[in-house]
Design a protein around this ligand. Structure first.
Ligand SMILES: [Zn+2]
Length: 157
């Protein structure tokens, strides 16, 4: 099946009306319907497919508007990873220079993945402390969620 036939087939189902323009379908195929940064299944369920799947711009579009619509610059990823990556520039400010995209995209993907993983780790540690504080406050009002009550204060000291 050609990619054009595949896109037409997907578009023919009005209940599955994600944007199946060829560059978008190409991106979903390249990343195997998974977040390029954390590996989350972007078709795990309808909510994920519709609300959590995003297109990241490997070279951030705010800095490199000339590549905003270049499909090689599109990366399928979840909303959280896209947020963590933010305006991170995996080229270190160099952009494409004289390289061809296929020569640098894999390197930039790895750099972006490392950046996202490190950022997530730091924010998760901060969140664990915030959550513990919130649960202590909730507990003081007798409102500790059952699933959380067993772990309050026990894991993060
Ligand atoms: Zn992700």
């Amino acid at each position: 099946m050609s990619i054009e036939d595949a896109a037409a087939r997907l578009r023919s189902d009005p209940t599955f009306a994600l944007d199946w323009a060829l560059p978008a379908l190409d991106m979903w195929l390249r990343y195997g319907c998974r977040c390029a940064y954390c590996g989350a299944d972007m078709i795990a369920n309808r909510d994920v497919a519709w609300f959590a799947s995003t297109t990241d711009h490997l070279l951030p579009q705010g800095t490199y508007s000339e590549y905003a619509n270049a499909s090689w610059n599109w990366v399928l990823c979840c909303r959280a990873c896209n947020s963590y990556k933010g305006t991170f520039d995996p080229s270190g400010g160099k952009g494409l220079e004289d390289a061809r995209p296929e020569e640098v995209v894999v390197i930039w993907l790895e750099a972006s993945k490392s950046y996202v993983v490190a950022k997530r780790r730091g924010l998760e540690l901060a969140f664990a402390r915030q959550k513990e504080r919130l649960l202590e406050v909730m507990n003081s009002f007798g409102k500790v969620p059952l699933a959380a009550s067993a772990s309050v204060g026990s894991k993060l000291r």
